[in-house]
Design a protein. Structure first.
Length: 592
């Protein structure tokens, strides 16, 4: 069914009802008025006829028909009616209009017949004599209880007709006016009913759009007011609930977004329902495309897909490790649980991913470190043990040999001592930096650089290597001087160790944006690219044999790294095999 506006439903029905009422009332009223007029006229005619009856009776008694006719003509003129006297035979003996002699027998006329029969009767019909509609009323004329004739009075209905015609004309006009007025009123009433409903409809649309700022106006009929009040209450509650839901959702999103763990919710078809920022970053997925997509399509990671399938198949929480091999290797620890709705129906799975790459790397470093320490300590100990055993087994006798073995023991013991010293230094720096905090003071850099260089002079002189210091004037930094000196000594010492004799090593210090840079530059053997990322690890050495020959422990750069880190700075290296190396220390600027 087509929807029609309420106004157009109410208004036409009002108009139809009004029209039907007007038509019915008009119809009934005009009929009643016409009947009233006719009855009035009939009564009037009867009264007039009765009025003249005594005189007519006297004239009939006297059989004075000529006098009777004159009498009729006189009555007719005086009473504005036509009078006709008819004998029981039907013969007309007097008439106010016509000559009775020329008039036909009237016995057959309905009213005349009734009058002659002693009854009063009336009749309405067309008079051929007068050529118009007439009303006739005949009353009997009696003399000595004998009917001697009848007096018939008549009047033309033209007056009634014209009166009725006016009525017929005025009733529709009046009706029309009433109809228009009624229609206007009904239109107004319809509008009054439909307008608040219309306003309410607009309000409901506003509420549906989530705009609860404007309330509905409570005005109009009782029912409309009650409805408006109920809708306002509903809007208030809806607003409250939506606000609560939004707050909860925002809180949940904030919690999810600030999680370090990647969170991924999938439905039973493995389509992505929810995800957080960490998941986007861990899996390298596009946050715009991922929503509603199958996980296989957005993250092509075999391990992850296997894990999702395993979680979907298991009713219990699942744990596993996912290795991602896009670019660099990354290890993710994954926890998977089946998601259930309020009715405990499975609706998908929740996967939580934790990046354990750093942990794995640290574990590896720790493992390597233990292995390296053991290995590093084992080598001198083995040498010492072998030399001691040889001595015990009798090598003491040729004093020359014995001396050789004792030299080995002394050298290896010294090496052990160096390794242990370095390890202790490292752990001291770590503890100092982490727990107690080093005492850092803003002071000039040049003295520290010069003092470090002075410590290396001997080694440099052995290889005839020139040490050149260039420090920007008045350059200051917040440092712990002995520690920084130690770091510079390690770097310069390495530069001397890995440079050809008669070359030079430059130590430069200069200010940079928000930082102070110290460079230790040599033109020695250089380091291949693949070693650079691991160079600062403990015991990492490019050429183990050469390092050991040089008396290195493999801890020098690790110490440098830790010292600089305690200063809040960083150390990097740029190197090319055969062209030398530059170690760059970056310290926070003096203002920091
Ligand atoms: P080491 O005691 O063996 O010198 P370091 O930690 O000081 O240990 O250095 C680690 C490794 O880095 C060295 O074994 C060496 O191979 C390399 N290296 C350090 N400095 C230089 C340099 N200036 N030129 C070339 N190689 C270097």
């Amino acid at each position: 069914m087509r929807n029609i506006r309420l106004l157009w439903q109410i208004f036409p029905s009002y108009v139809i009802i009004i029209m039907a009422v007007l038509f019915g009332v008009g119809w009934h009223l005009t009929g009643a008025i016409e009947e009233f007029f006719l009855r009035q006229t009939a009564a009037d005619l009867e009264a007039r006829a009765r009025l003249v009856t005594p005189q007519v009776a006297a004239a009939l008694e006297a059989e004075d028909f000529a006098g009777l006719d004159r009498l009729c003509k006189g009555f007719g003129a005086a009473a504005d009616a036509r009078f006709t006297v008819v004998l029981p035979s039907g013969a007309v003996v007097g008439d106010s209009v016509e000559d009775p002699a020329r008039m036909e027998n009237h016995a057959s006329r309905v009213e005349v017949a009734a009058g002659l029969a002693g009854r009063v009767a009336h009749s309405t019909r067309y008079s051929r004599t007068l050529q118009q509609d007439m009303m006739y009323v005949a009353v009997p004329v009696a003399s000595d209880a004998r009917i001697v004739g009848t007096v018939r009075s008549a009047r033309a209905l033209t007056a009634i007709d014209s009166a009725l015609e006016t009525l017929y004309r005025q009733v529709p006009i009046g009706g029309l006016v009433a109809l228009v007025l009624a229609a206007l009123v009904s239109f107004w009433v319809s509008r009054r009913i439909s307008r608040p409903l219309e306003a309410m409809r607009h309000g409901a649309v506003r509420f549906a759009q989530g705009r609860f700022d404007r309330k509905l106006t409570v005005a109009g009929s009782m029912e409309v007011c009650a409805l408006a009040r109920a809708m306002n209450l509903m809007a208030e509650q809806l607003d409250d609930r939506i606000r609560t839901i939004m707050e909860q959702r925002n809180e949940q999103q904030a919690v999810l977004a600030s999680m370090v763990e990647g969170v991924l919710a999938l439905d039973m078809e493995e389509r992505v329902l929810h995800f957080n920022r960490a998941a986007v970053e861990l899996l390298h997925i596009d946050p715009v495309e991922v929503q509603g997509q199958r996980i296989q399509e957005v993250a092509r990671k075999a391990d992850l897909q296997r894990f999702v399938a395993r979680t979907l198949a298991s009713p219990d929480p699942v744990e596993g490790e996912i290795v991602l091999r896009d670019g660099r290797e990354r290890y993710l620890q994954a926890h998977g649980t089946v998601l259930r709705d309020g009715e405990q129906q499975d609706i998908g799975v929740l996967i939580v991913l934790h990046d354990v790459t750093r942990l794995r790397r640290l574990e590896n470093i720790r493992r390597d470190f233990v292995a390296n320490v053991s290995h590093e300590l084992k080598t001198p100990i083995t040498a010492i043990k072998a030399s001691a055993e040889t001595l015990i087994d009798g090598a003491m006798t040729p004093p020359g040999d014995a001396r050789g073995f004792l030299d080995i023991i002394a050298k290896q013991a010294e090496r052990l001592n160096a390794i242990i010293d370095d390890l202790l230094a490292l752990s001291r720096i770590e503890q100092g930096g982490d727990v107690n905090g080093m005492v850092m003071e803003l002071q000039p850099l040049e003295p520290s650089l010069r003092s470090a260089v002075w410590s290396c002079e001997m080694a440099a002189a052995d290889k005839e290597i020139q040490l050149q210091v260039a420090c920007a004037e008045g350059l200051q930094a917040r440092i712990n001087a002995p520690l920084l000196e130690q770091a510079i000594i390690n770097l310069v010492d390495n530069a001397i160790k890995y440079s050809e004799p008669r070359s030079s090593v430059q130590i430069e210090a200069e200010p940079a944006r928000d930082a102070v840079l110290i460079r230790v530059r040599d033109s020695g053997c250089g380091i291949a690219q693949e070693h650079l990322p691991r160079l600062f690890e403990r015991f990492y050495r490019v050429d183990k044999a050469r390092s050991r020959r040089q008396g290195g422990t493999g801890l020098g750069l690790a110490i440098v790294k830790h010292i600089i880190q305690t200063h809040g700075g960083s150390v990097t290296v740029e190197s090319e095999p055969g062209r030398g190396s530059v170690f760059i220390i970056q310290l926070p600027g003096a203002c920091n």
